[in-house]
Design a protein around this ligand. Structure first.
Ligand code: NAG
Ligand code: NAG
Ligand code: NAG
Ligand code: ZN
Length: 477
C-alpha cells in the first residue's frame, strides 16, 4: 500500500526538479495517514433523518436544473477548482481535506483528538503553528526551476491581497526557514508553520492554481486555517450527502469538535474562500455533495468565495492579533472595522467604501425598484484578462418600507466551480458583513432573492471574459 501510493505520487510529480515527494517523506507518514483517513471514512455517514432531508433537497435541486441550456455568447469551457485539480491527479488521496498537507505532529494531534472525541481547531494557534503575531512575516522562496516569471505575478498579487487587508507580510528570501513555492500537479499547503525541522515547508502551486482566489486559499492554510465545512457547527448549515461521495473522499468532510472560542466569532459563511464548492468530491457531478439546509437554500449555488471575504479577512486579522497595531479607535458604518494598515480609517465589507464605510463604491449605478416587474441586462464585455476583477455595481432601491425581490438568470459565461472567473454577487442582508450570494452557473435556475431592507446590491464581476446576466426585479412588501 505504502510503496504503491508513493510510486503514484512520484509518477504524478512530473516536471522539473521537484522535491514534493521528499517533503512528504519527511513530514507525512503516508501509511499512518491512510489508516487514519480510512478510520474516519468508516465513521462518516448520515443519520436517517439527515438522509430523509437530503432526499427532499435533492428533489428540489433537480427541479432547478435547466434542460439543454444554451449559453448566450458564452463558452462551455469548465475551469477547475482546487479539489478537482487535486482529484484529477490523484493527489488528494494523500491530502487531508483535499488540499491540506499534515506533519506527523499535526497528524498525531488529530488522531488524539479523534480518539478522545475532542476538537480539531479551525485555526491552530498553538506555539509552533504560528508565524508570529501583530507583525507576522512569512519568508518564502521559489524552488529551483519553478516558472517564477510566468506565475510569480499572480502569486505576488495574492500575497498583496493579504498584505493590503491584514497585518501579514511576505518576504522573499534565499535562506533560513521559509515557505517554498513548488511545482506540482495540484495545489496544497501545510496548515500553519510547521517548524519541526530546518529548511523549507512546501506550498505546492501547479499551473491550475494560478488565480488570486486559489492562492489566497492556500495561503490561508499556510496561516493556520482549515476549511469552513469542517467547523463543529457545520451540521446546522449544510447536509453532506455521503452517498454521493466516494468512500476514499469522505474524510474530506470530517468534522471538528466544539471549541467556540477558536472560531473567533466568525460566523459560518457559505461564500467563504475556505468553503468547498457544493459539487466538490461528488461522485455524480450533476448533483451536489453539499446541500445548504432548507433555511439557507439561496446559498446552494454560491459556496466557495472567489476571493477571501470580509469575514475571512477578519479571521486572519484575529488569528494574528493585527488589531494590536492600532492604539487609537475609529468609528465605522455598515459593519466596517478599523483598518489595521491605516488606523485612521475603516476596512469595509464588500459593497461599501470610503474612510468610514458610509459610501457605495465609485460608479455604483442606482436603479429605482417599483411594484412593476422590470428586467435589466447586465453585460461585462470581454476585456483584457487580469488577476484583478472588473466589478460593476448596481444598487436596487425600493421605496422605504418595501423590499427588493430579484431573480437572476445567467445568460452567458464560462463556468467554473467557485464562480471564480465571473459572476454576480448579490448582497441582500441588512447586516453588510456576510458575503453575498454568488451566482454564475447558466445550467441552473437561480433562486429568487428578497432583500431584508429596501436595498439590494448586485455586483457583476469578471477577470476579463465576457459575462452576461439578466436580473428581474420588483418591490414587494
Ligand atoms: C453576443 O455577441 C454578439 C456578436 O458578437 C453581440 O452583438 C451581442 O451584443 C452579444 N450579446 C451579449 C449579451 O453579450
Ligand atoms: C466518541 O464518540 C463515539 C460516538 O459518539 C462513542 O461511541 C465513543 O465512545 C466516544 N469515545 C470516547 C473516548 O469518548
Ligand atoms: C490613512 O488614511 C487616511 C484617510 O484616508 C489618509 O488621509 C492617509 O493618507 C492614510 N495614511 C497612510 C499612511 O496611508
Ligand atoms: Zn483548502
Amino acid at each position: 500500500m505504502f510503496s504503491l501510493l508513493f510510486l503514484a505520487l512520484v509518477g504524478s510529480a512530473i516536471a522539473g526538479p521537484v522535491d514534493f515527494e521528499e517533503d512528504l517523506k519527511h513530514n507525512v507518514d503516508l501509511e499512518r495517514l491512510q489508516k487514519d483517513l480510512k478510520a474516519l471514512d468508516e465513521r462518516l455517514q448520515n443519520s436517517a433523518d439527515v438522509d430523509a432531508e437530503i432526499e427532499l433537497l435533492k428533489a428540489a435541486y433537480s427541479k432547478t436544473v435547466l434542460e439543454s441550456p444554451a449559453p448566450l455568447n458564452g463558452s462551455i469551457i469548465k475551469d477547475e477548482d482546487i479539489n478537482e485539480i487535486n482529484e484529477k491527479d490523484g493527489e488528494e488521496k494523500d491530502l487531508f481535506e483535499g488540499d491540506v498537507l499534515l506533519t506527523n505532529e499535526q497528524l498525531a494531534l488529530i488522531e488524539t483528538l479523534h480518539k478522545s472525541n475532542r476538537s480539531r481547531r479551525q485555526a491552530l494557534k498553538d506555539a509552533g503553528y504560528s508565524w508570529g503575531t501583530v507583525k507576522p512575516v512569512i519568508p518564502y522562496s521559489y524552488s529551483a526551476g519553478y516558472p517564477k516569471s510566468t506565475r510569480g505575478p499572480t502569486i505576488t498579487d495574492a500575497m498583496k491581497f493579504w498584505e493590503k487587508n491584514t497585518c501579514v507580510r511576505f518576504k522573499e528570501v534565499t535562506s533560513g526557514y521559509r515557505v517554498e513555492v513548488r511545482e506540482s500537479a495540484g495545489c496544497s499547503s501545510y496548515v500553519g508553520k510547521i517548524n519541526d525541522r530546518k529548511g523549507t515547508q512546501a506550498l505546492n502551486l501547479g499551473e491550475g492554481c494560478m488565480s488570486v482566489g486559489t492562492i489566497c486559499h492556500e495561503l490561508s492554510h499556510t496561516f493556520g486555517f482549515f476549511h469552513v465545512q469542517s467547523r463543529f457547527d457545520r451540521d446546522s448549515y449544510v447536509d453532506i450527502d455521503f452517498n454521493n461521495i466516494l468512500t476514499d473522499d469522505k474524510h474530506n468532510f470530517d468534522l471538528e469538535g466544539e471549541d467556540k472560542t477558536l472560531l473567533r466569532d466568525i460566523p459560518y459563511e457559505f461564500g467563504s474562500n475556505m468553503h468547498y464548492y457544493h459539487k466538490d468530491f461528488a461522485k455524480d457531478e450533476s448533483r451536489p455533495a453539499i446541500y445548504a439546509k432548507p433555511a439557507y437554500k439561496v446559498y446552494q449555488e454560491g459556496m466557495m468565495g472567489r476571493v477571501p471575504t470580509f469575514y475571512d479577512i477578519l479571521g486572519v486579522n484575529k488569528h494574528f492579533n493585527c488589531a494590536a497595531n492600532c492604539k487609537s479607535s475609529v468609528s465605522c458604518s455598515n459593519g466596517g472595522v478599523q483598518d489595521v494598515n491605516n488606523c485612521s480609517k475603516c476596512l469595509c465589507p464588500f459593497g461599501w467604501a470610503g474612510d468610514k464605510c458610509d459610501q457605495r463604491p465609485a460608479g455604483t449605478k442606482k436603479m429605482l425598484v417599483t411594484l412593476e416587474t422590470q428586467t435589466k441586462r447586465i453585460h461585462l464585455p470581454a476585456g483584457t484578462k487580469s488577476t484583478q476583477y472588473k466589478i460593476d455595481y448596481y444598487l436596487l432601491q425600493a421605496p422605504p418600507g418595501k423590499k427588493v425581490q430579484m431573480t437572476p438568470e445567467v445568460l452567458g459565461t464560462r463556468w467554473s466551480n467557485s464562480c471564480d472567473p465571473m459572476g454576480l454577487e448579490v448582497k441582500f442582508l441588512k447586516d453588510a458583513r456576510p458575503s453575498g450570494i454568488q451566482v454564475c452557473d447558466w445550467r441552473v435556475q437561480q433562486p429568487t432573492i428578497t432583500s431584508e431592507t429596501n436595498e439590494m446590491l448586485v455586483a457583476a464581476y469578471s477577470l476579463g471574459d465576457q459575462f452576461a446576466a439578466e436580473i428581474t426585479f420588483k418591490a414587494v412588501n
